[in-house]
Design a protein around this ligand. Structure first.
Ligand code: THU
Length: 161
């Protein structure tokens, strides 16, 4: 028996003001897009905005449903849009922000488990790491170099060969 350890490094910024200009811009776009989310049940509005390798900007936000499981997270709405328009263009960076109408929006949130799996598929498909910028309306911002590190021991196409 041996024990294995998994750890990863990511950047923590005190606020959006510490980010470089294009990253701060993308995070601000995610905040804007969160405003258009359809979240009448959770009142938790999430926005996700991607910068692609070709310079295009694509956005998504969460879309809830009276039948709760039919709802979609912002990240997967975003991915659907990216693959529809640009199936073969790698994603450089995705910024994710949120507005919690019933509480604080003062810390970063990171993608849920299903979204991590979906993001990983896209990352592996084009063999290109996706940087994540995570931040609320205020407070600290996390920059994570790739989705893979958020999902250790993940199940991928490799396992089915
Ligand atoms: N949500 C997202 O859109 N992205 C996340 O990373 C976490 C959660 C949405 C799903 C649901 O509409 C609401 O936030 C509350 O869970």
């Amino acid at each position: 028996m041996n024990v294995q350890q998994h750890s990863f490094e990511f950047e923590v910024y005190i606020s959006i003001n510490e980010l470089r200009e294009e990253d701060a811009w993308l995070l601000n776009e995610a905040k804007e897009v969160a405003r258009n989310a359809y979240a009448p049940y959770s009142h938790f509005h999430v926005g996700a905005v991607a910068r692609l390798q070709n310079g295009e900007i694509v956005a998504g936000n969460n879309q809830e449903n009276a039948s709760f499981p039919a709802g979609l997270c912002a990240e997967r709405v975003l991915l659907s849009s990216i693959v529809s328009f640009y199936p073969n263009v790698p994603v450089e960076t995705i910024a994710i922000s949120y507005i919690n109408s019933k509480g604080q929006s003062d810390h970063p949130i990171s993608p849920c488990g299903i979204c991590r799996q979906s993001l990983l598929e896209f990352e592996s498909r084009l063999n290109h790491s996706i940087r994540l910028i995570l931040g609320g309306l205020e407070g600290e911002v996390f920059v994570i170099p790739g989705v893979k590190m958020l999902l250790p021991l993940s199940f991928t196409a490799e396992d089915m060969k």
